[in-house]
Design a protein around this ligand. Structure first.
Ligand code: 6LW
Length: 508
């Protein structure tokens, strides 16, 4: 069958994958969003369904007022002895920790911390032992991929942390994963940084502690010299064998908005590349060490893609997420509607505004949502924090959001004498209301039509559609906004209450 990359579209970076009970399970990093660590299931490595999140309880992860792209960095998922483990770093608190579950559809444990620094932790199980590795310094101050043995029940170190591989000289050696294949240990990692120079390298050894011998033709996988080509940043991956014995690397990469416009707004996505093991025990990836847009692989399954998202066909607990720890008393989420009670926390703050979002999955889309703004709820239950004397105007709408400084908001806003629809463009901390129109009531349909280069914003009042303006997609890209995330499509409310109905997002 033929499949097309990315196999998971939208901001789902740093994938890690394991096989258990006849299925594949994949996790991604989630930074300041909650719940943390999206969890996917697949039976063929190509079709992935999100089944939930790993970090669903506040006590599992500290996200209070953390910066954008802080918080939950790259996770690893492993299955051992009937139990799933997910290990990650909270980069804001500089803590490495893991959680576990015996039921992949259920809750995960409280965090167990490991006293080894660095980021991108991974676990390797063998003969009742567990090895923990991350990037960073060992106990002697030597940099590289650092490993220790741990007691899996407690996270207690059973050996010193020892640097086991220094990589091939690329900057930002990270994302180590250790495997034992046909009696040989393979240590795979990423180098070059998670931008255009990203790459996957590896080394092998006869011992879990090394010494590791680097593959002579590293990097084994990179798109850094593949140009002009829209798929870039290929790196940070995990090696996996499917049920037919074929090997693959699942890794991150991104799609530029166009061959000649080096900006990406959809975040880092998940790519699948076939791997070939050779007689000398080394492996290669792709046809020429790069990741292509599509591959033909054995198997008689079909790649399916969900292109239409509504309240009815998504689940609040699986598909949607919040900024930092949400105040759930401000959300009334049901099958056909979302009622969001705003506070005086706005989208421009490093805090938790009333906000619930889906990832933007592709460039071309048409979004519609009916929004009613109810100002009379403004001081409901005293949830508004009276931090200033001036009341923040009530506002409820849709935002295309990448950070608190870069987001385009299409919203209903209460002005002194009427309700209006506004388009506000926020770029680099500059907040500009591009357009506003008075509405006949306090209800309107908000419409966004997007392509790779622009988001075009409209409001429909009583069937009368008005164009409010356009925002260039490039200002919501990682190259402009910085960080590690991608664009989220958020429903939000500030101060007043927004009632959102008939939401639909159709990808072309
Ligand atoms: C992640 C690191 C990286 O921890 O970016 O792509 C960091 N590589 O491995 C944040 O995702």
């Amino acid at each position: 069958m033929n499949y097309t990359n990315p196999v998971i579209k939208g901001f789902y970076p740093d994938p890690s994958v394991c096989f258990a009970n006849g299925k594949f399970y994949l996790v991604c990093s989630s930074f300041q969003y909650f719940p943390g660590v999206p969890l996917f299931e697949s039976s063929d490595l190509v079709n992935w369904t999100q089944i939930g999140y790993v970090l669903t309880r506040k006590n599992q992860v500290m996200l209070e007022k953390i910066n954008s792209s802080g918080g939950v960095f790259a996770p690893t998922i492993r299955f051992n002895n009937g139990r799933f483990y997910m290990v990650t770093t909270n980069d804001t608190t500089h803590q490495n920790f893991y959680v576990y579950t015996d039921d992949i559809y259920g809750e995960w444990s409280d965090p167990i911390y490991v006293d080894q620094g660095g980021i991108d932790p991974s676990l390797y199980f063998e003969d009742g032992k567990c090895y923990f590795m991350s990037n960073g310094c060992d106990d002697q101050g030597i940099n590289g991929i650092t490993q220790c043995e741990i007691e899996i029940e407690t996270g207690r170190k059973l050996s010193p942390s020892r640097s086991i591989w220094q990589g091939t000289g690329g900057r930002y050696l990270e994302s180590p994963h250790l495997y034992r294949i046909n009696g040989t240990y393979y240590l795979m990692a990423a180098e070059g940084g998670t931008e255009y120079g990203h790459m996957i390298t590896y080394a092998r050894s006869n011992s879990v502690w090394g010494p590791f011998e680097a593959y002579p033709h590293n990097p084994v996988l990179t798109n850094r010299n593949k140009a002009p080509y829209v798929i870039q940043g290929i790196g940070h991956g995990d090696l996996i064998c499917n049920q037919n014995g074929s090997w693959f690397i699942l890794c991150l990469g991104f799609r530029q908005m166009h061959m000649w416009r080096p900006y990406h707004q959809l975040g880092r996505e998940v790519f699948l590349t076939p791997v070939t093991f050779h007689e000398d025990g080394w492996f290669t990836a792709g046809l020429d060490g790069t990741t292509d847009a599509s591959y033909e692989i054995p198997g008689d399954f079909v790649q399916q893609e969900k292109k239409f998202y509504t309240f009815e066909n998504t689940s609040w607990n699986i598909d949607w997420c919040h900024l930092r720890h949400p105040h759930m008393e401000n959300y009334e989420l049901s099958d056909h509607r979302a009622i969001l009670h705003g506070t005086d926390v706005t989208l421009d703050m490093v805090d938790s505004p009333t906000f619930v979002a889906l990832r933007q999955r592709d460039f071309d889309l048409e979004l519609e949502c009916s929004v009613t703004l109810d100002d009379s709820f403004a001081s409901r239950n005293g949830t508004l924090q009276a931090s200033s004397n001036e009341k923040v105007p009530s506002e409820a709408g849709i935002t295309f959001y990448i950070t608190e400084n870069e987001h385009y908001d299409l919203a209903l806003r209460q002005s002194s004498d009427c309700c209006e629809a506004i388009l506000r463009l926020n770029i680099g901390g500059i907040k500009h209301v591009q357009n506003s129109v008075s509405l006949t009531g306090n209800q309107a349909k908000l419409i966004v039509r997007s392509n790779a280069f622009s988001h075009n914003f409209y409001v429909s009042d009583g069937g009368q559609e008005t164009y409010l303006g356009t925002g260039d997609t490039k200002y919501l890209s990682t190259e402009v906004a910085e960080g590690f995330t991608g664009v989220m499509i958020g429903l939000y409310a500030v101060s007043g209450t927004g009632c959102f109905e008939q939401f639909s997002c159709q990808y072309k």
